[in-house]
Design a protein. Structure first.
Length: 406
């Protein structure tokens, strides 16, 4: 299947437009990286505390931010998490502790910020674990069990916890919902001291600063090692200049992709690094296809100049490039639109990378090969001219006199 037949587009004739396009986006990305947003690292690389909160109703991020600001939390990062119907929010508190206490600290910080002020003095049933419920029931002993209290109340506490999480998605609208689930005496005992908020803290994750620093170093080294490995492969597979051109094109793709994330202020997580490594391999594969056709045509079209051969090679592989890149782009675009918040960064990096990687194979890698060969030709001509110059000056000396005999 082919989209185009016998195309004759002068790609090298538009190399200055390509150069301007790459310079604009590369410089804009570098300015953002160094002066504006910098590189917005995810919690895996900088360390911090992530709290996942589920709400009974659609959350208003501005109201949540206002409540946290009122509770003394300055500039927490808040974003929707998961599908819209899940009503979940991800809060980045930036607490950089590695102890187990940090888990409870993050959870309690969110609970204090979001609970209504009128409920002070009562416990939130939605954010109370089975162990705390067991201890409360043991103290109150509403069933008057005596010696059998611990076993019975342990079972009731886990029964409440299972009903809340499995039947109500983690959120009870009122204590009365437990009627028919546990004995009525237990419900009556809970009502004076418990209330139900409209949210539940589902999970808390922490990453220490030392771990984040190690992950950051490993991510940088993984990217550099992949580029170095590809350079060595293309050096043996083709020539050194082919490898340099392909690696420069991949480096160009990486800079623009990271620059886009910086300009959009999107966090770079481990999944984004995985996407960047994926697009490096994808861009390299596309570049190798073009280079391989150039090498074949160099053997077949010896009388033509290199620029015409490169143009013809790009045109011959254009249909294949559109097919493979187009289908891959549609796939990652679908992943970006419907994959959910967890895959949003990964899919965004691939969407940008597929476009830029396909572009760089045509507009960066191939013109670099031609520019190098032109430079080498001019350099060889200059060296030859310099070697010929002394000989030419020697031949241009005074003419010898010739004696003529009569």
């Amino acid at each position: 299947m082919e989209f185009f037949r016998n195309t004759n587009i002068d790609f090298l004739g538009k190399k200055w437009y390509f150069l301007a396009f790459s310079l604009i986006f590369s410089v804009a990305g570098l300015f953002s990286i160094f002066f504006w947003h910098h590189i917005p690292l995810g919690v895996e690389f900088r360390g911090g505390t992530l709290v996942y909160v589920k709400f009974a109703q659609t959350p208003n991020l501005d109201d949540i931010r206002h409540q946290m600001d009122r509770a003394g939390l300055k500039d927490p990062k808040i974003q929707n998490f998961g599908p819209p119907t899940a009503n979940e929010v991800l809060v980045d508190l930036g607490i950089q502790e590695t102890s187990e206490a940090a888990l409870d600290q993050g959870k309690n910080t969110i609970i204090r910020a979001l609970e209504p002020q009128a409920s002070t003095g009562k416990q939130d049933l939605n954010n109370t674990g089975a162990e705390s419920l067991e201890q409360y029931l043991m103290q109150k002993d509403p069933l008057h069990l005596g010696t059998d209290a611990q076993t019975r109340y342990t079972a009731i506490a886990h029964q409440i916890d299972d009903f809340r999480n499995k039947q109500r998605g983690g959120i009870l609208n009122s204590v009365d919902e437990l009627n028919g689930v546990v004995p009525a005496e237990v419900v009556s005992a809970l009502q004076p001291d418990f209330f139900t908020s409209g949210f539940v803290v589902r999970n808390v994750e922490i990453v220490g600063p030392q771990v984040g620093s190690q992950l950051r170093h490993q991510a940088i080294m993984a990217t550099l090692y992949s580029l170095a490995g590809m350079l060595v492969y293309l050096w043996f597979r083709f020539e050194l200049i082919y490898g340099i051109g392909a690696v420069v094109a991949c480096f160009h793709d990486t800079i623009i992709t990271v620059g886009f994330f910086s300009l959009l202020d999107k966090e770079i997580s481990l999944t984004v690094i995985a996407a960047i490594l994926t697009l490096i391999g994808y861009s390299m594969n596309d570049t190798i296809v073009v280079y391989d056709r150039i090498r074949e045509n160099l053997k077949l079209l010896r009388r033509e100049n290199l620029s015409d051969i490169v143009n013809k090679s790009i045109n011959q592989t254009l249909s294949r490039t559109i097919l493979t890149s187009g289908l891959t782009f549609l796939t990652v675009l679908s992943l970006y639109m419907f994959g959910g918040e967890v895959l949003r960064g990964f899919s965004l990096a691939l969407v940008i990378g597929i476009l830029i990687g396909t572009y760089s194979s045509i507009a960066i890698a191939a013109p670099m090969l031609v520019a190098y060969q032109d430079w080498r030709g001019r350099r060889a001509g200059q060296i030859a001219a310099e070697k010929m110059a002394p000989a030419a000056r020697g031949n241009a000396g005074p003419k010898a006199k010739v004696k003529v005999k009569a």
